[in-house]
Design a protein around this ligand. Structure first.
Ligand code: GTP
Length: 598
C-alpha cells in the first residue's frame, strides 16, 4: 500500500469511556478479526489488564479498509496506555501517529484523563478526531458533551462523531474520518533510517521484540541495525507488520508501523523512545524526545519468609524483562531482613507490580510505605539522593532537602470544589487555577508535593467527591521543603521499615496518629508492646499494646484498610503476613499503617 494511503492513529480516552470497545468495533468492521475472535477484548491481553480495565502496555494492529473513494487504505491503530504513570510511554506511542481519536463518554463527559491525554496529543501536533461514545445510553447528553469538547479543541459541535461502540452505530463514520482527516505519514524512503521504538516486549526464545514506527528511510530484513541510545548493534533478523500476530515482511518503508526481532537478549538495549538506525550509513541523529525514564515512587519489598529471597529476585528479574521502567536493588532492613528497594513510575505501576508478584509468582511479600526520592544537600556541599526514608542522614549534616512536585488536574462537579480545595490545602497544595468546562463542571489545578499524593490522595479525593471527581498529575520539578524523618520504635527498637519523611508542620500530628494506628494494628502479645514515634532523639508520641490476658478473646485488627489495598484484603481471607521484629509479631498492615490513618 502506497505511503499516501497509510494512516497511523491512536485512541485516547479517560478510563472506561470505551477505548477498548471502540478498538474492537474497528477491528471487526474492517474484518481484521471476526466477532468470535473478538470475544475477549483483544488489545488487552494480560489478565490483569482486563480486570483493571487499564491498558498497561501499548501494542499496535494493522487494519485494511476500503474507503468511500473505493481505494484500500492501511490503518495502523497504536494502542496507548491511558494512565499518567505511563505518560512517557503515551507520548512515545502518540509520536508514532499522525492522528488521535478522542473518545468521550456521552453520559460522563470530559474527565481528567480526557484532558491530560488530549494535551499530550496536541503537544505532538496530532489531528484530533472527537468521538462521543455510548450515545445508546439513556443518560447520554450528546449535545452538552459535544459542546464541551469543542470548547476545548475548537470546531463545530455538530461535527463531533456520535457512536455507540456497543451497538456499532457510527463506526463507519469513524473509519471514514480516519481516512479523510488523519494526514498520511511523511518520510523519504531513501533517507538514512530513523525508526522510533514505541514499545517492546520480551520473548524467551526470540529475545526483545521492538515495535517501531519508521520515520525516515527503509528497513530491510537482515539489515545490521544500531539502537542509538545504547549504541547496541544487532541484525534485523525478522521484520514485519503487526496484525493479530506478527506477519513477516521483507521491508518496512517510511510511515509503516511494525516489529523487529534481532535476538536482543538484553532488554535494556531496546528502550522506548530510542531510534533504530542502520549500522552502516545510518542516521547521525536520534529522533527528538528520547529520555531515560526514572522511577518516581519507591517501596521496600521483602519476602515474608526470608528463604524466598532468591525467588523474589528471580521474579523481579522476570518482570523487568517486560517492564524496563521497573528498577530494583537489594537492600537490608534491620526489621525485615533481606529484600529489595523497588522503583516505580507511579502509584498504579506500583500496584500492578505488587499484584503480579502476588498472583503470577505466588510470592508472599511484605511491602513498606511508598515514598518519593529526595535530593539532599549536605553541609559538606555534596548532594545525595535518598530513596529510602530510613537512610535520610542526620539533620545536623543536612543543609537542604528537595522533594518532587506535581501539577494535579482535578475535574469535578462544582458542588465538591470546596471539599477538594480543602483536601489539596491539607496536602500542602498550592492553588493554580480553576476553569469551568461546563456550567456545572470545573477543572481545578493545584501544585502538590508528590509525597502527599502517593499515600491515599486518590481515595480521599473519591470519598470527598462521592466518586465524581477524577484526577491526573504530572511531575514538574523538585522544590525545597522543611522535611524531617519520623522514626518508630517498638519496645525501644527502631523499626527502619516504618520510618517516614514528613513536613515539619505535620510531624507531631503524624507521629501521634501513626502510634495510634499501630496500636490498633499490632495484635496483643504475651507482653506489653510500647510504640513510640521520634524525631531525631526526641520521642513525640507513645502508645502501648497491653499484654494478652488469658480471658481475652483474640482481637480483630486491620479493619479499615483503604479500598485500594486489595492485596491486603486478600491476605485477610487467607494467611496473615507477620514479621517478627525483635520479640514482637507485626502484621503486614502495620507497614502501611499511614495508608489507613484517618
Ligand atoms: P480502559 O481500558 O479502562 O481505559 O477502558 P476503556 O476506555 O477501554 O473502556 P472499555 O472499552 O473497557 O469500556 C468500558 C465499559 O463501557 C465497558 O463495560 C463497555 O462494555 C462499556 N461500553 C463501551 N462502549 C459502550 C457504548 O457505546 N455503549 C454502552 N452502553 N456501553 C459501552
Amino acid at each position: 500500500i502506497p505511503q499516501d494511503r497509510l494512516r497511523n492513529f491512536c485512541i485516547i480516552a479517560h478510563i472506561d469511556h470505551g477505548k477498548s470497545t471502540l478498538a474492537d468495533r474497528l477491528l471487526e468492521a474492517t474484518g481484521t478479526l471476526t466477532s468470535r475472535e473478538m470475544q475477549a477484548q483483544v488489545l488487552d491481553s494480560m489478565d490483569l489488564e482486563r480486570e483493571r480495565g487499564i491498558t498497561i502496555k501499548s501494542h499496535a494492529i494493522r487494519m485494511r479498509h476500503t474507503a468511500e473513494d473505493g481505494e484500500t487504505y492501511a490503518l495502523n491503530l497504536i494502542d496507548t496506555p491511558g494512565h499518567v504513570d505511563f505518560t512517557y510511554e503515551v507520548s512515545r506511542a502518540l509520536n508514532a501517529c499522525e492522528g488521535a481519536i478522542l473518545v468521550v463518554d456521552a453520559a460522563q463527559g470530559i474527565e481528567a484523563q480526557t484532558i491530560s491525554n488530549l494535551y499530550l496529543a496536541m503537544g505532538q501536533d496530532l489531528e484530533i478526531i472527537p468521538v462521543l461514545n455510548k450515545v445508546d445510553l439513556p443518560s447520554a447528553q450528546p449535545d452538552i458533551v459535544a459542546q464541551s469538547i469543542t470548547d476545548l479543541i475548537g470546531g463545530d459541535p455538530a461535527d463531533v462523531l456520535k457512536v455507540s461502540a456497543k451497538t456499532g452505530v457510527g463506526i463507519d463514520a469513524v473509519l471514514q474520518a480516519i481516512v479523510d482527516r488523519v494526514p498520511p505519514p511523511g518520510g523519504d524512503p531513501d533517507a538514512p533510517l530513523q525508526s522510533l521504538i514505541f514499545d517492546s516486549t520480551f520473548d524467551t526464545y526470540r529475545g526483545s521484540i521492538v515495535y517501531v514506527r519508521v520515520k525516515e528511510g527503509t528497513l530491510r530484513k537482515g539489515d545490521p541495525i544500531t539502537f542509538m541510545a545504547t549504541n547496541a548493534k544487532y541484525n534485523a533478523e525478522e521484520i514485519g507488520y503487526l496484525k493479530l500476530g506478527m506477519e513477516p515482511m521483507p521491508e518496512l518503508t517510511p510511515g509503516e508501523v511494525g516489529y523487529i526481532i534481532g535476538s536482543v537478549k538484553d532488554v535494556q538495549d531496546t528502550k522506548v523512545g530510542d531510534t533504530v538506525t542502520h549500522t552502516r550509513g545510518g542516521a547521525s541523529e536520534q529522533l527528538p524526545g528520547y529520555r531515560d525514564v526514572k522511577p518516581m515512587v519507591f517501596s521496600g519489598i521483602y519476602p515474608t519468609d526470608s528463604a524466598d529471597f532468591e525467588d523474589l529476585r528471580a521474579a523481579l528479574e522476570r518482570l523487568q524483562l517486560n517492564d524496563a521502567a521497573l528498577t530494583y536493588e537489594p537492600e537490608t532492613s534491620a526489621a525485615l531482613g533481606f529484600g529489595f528497594r523497588v522503583g516505580f513510575l507511579g502509584m498504579l505501576h506500583m500496584e500492578v507490580v505488587q499484584e503480579r508478584l502476588d498472583r503470577e509468582f505466588n510470592l508472599d511479600i511484605v511491602t513498606t510505605m511508598p515514598n518519593v526520592r529526595y535530593s539532599v544537600e549536605l553541609t559538606s556541599g555534596e548532594t545525595i539522593e535518598v530513596e529510602n526514608p530510613s537512610e535520610m542522614p542526620d539533620r545536623g549534616i543536612i543543609s537542604e532537602i528537595r522533594e518532587p512536585y506535581v501539577t494535579a488536574q482535578i475535574i469535578t462537579p462544582t458542588e465538591y470544589i470546596g471539599a477538594l480545595m480543602g483536601l489539596c490545602q491539607e496536602r500542602r497544595g498550592t492553588y493554580i487555577t480553576q476553569e469551568y468546562i461546563t456550567t456545572d463542571r470545573v477543572d481545578l489545578q493545584y501544585e502538590l508535593p508528590l509525597a502527599e499524593i502517593v499515600f491515599d490522595f486518590y481515595d480521599k479525593l473519591k470519598s470527598v467527591s462521592r466518586g465524581y471527581a477524577s484526577f491526573d498529575y504530572e511531575f514538574i520539578d523538585e522544590r525545597t521543603s522543611d522535611l524531617q524523618k519520623l522514626d518508630v520504635m517498638l519496645n525501644g527498637d527502631p523499626v527502619d521499615a516504618l520510618s517516614t519523611i514528613v513536613h515539619k508542620d505535620k510531624a507531631y500530628d503524624m507521629g501521634r496518629r501513626l502510634c495510634k494506628k499501630l496500636r490498633e494494628l499490632i495484635p496483643r502479645q504475651m507482653f506489653d508492646v510500647a510504640i513510640q514515634a521520634a524525631l531525631g532523639n526526641k520521642v513525640i508520641s507513645r502508645e502501648t499494646v497491653k499484654a494478652l490476658r488469658k480471658d481475652v478473646t483474640a482481637r480483630c485488627y486491620g479493619g479499615d484498610i483503604s479500598r485500594k489495598r486489595k492485596l491486603l484484603e486478600k491476605q485477610k481471607e487467607g494467611k496473615k503476613r507477620m514479621k517478627q521484629i525483635g520479640a514482637v509479631e507485626v502484621p503486614q498492615e502495620a507497614f502501611l499503617a499511614v495508608l489507613s490513618m484517618d
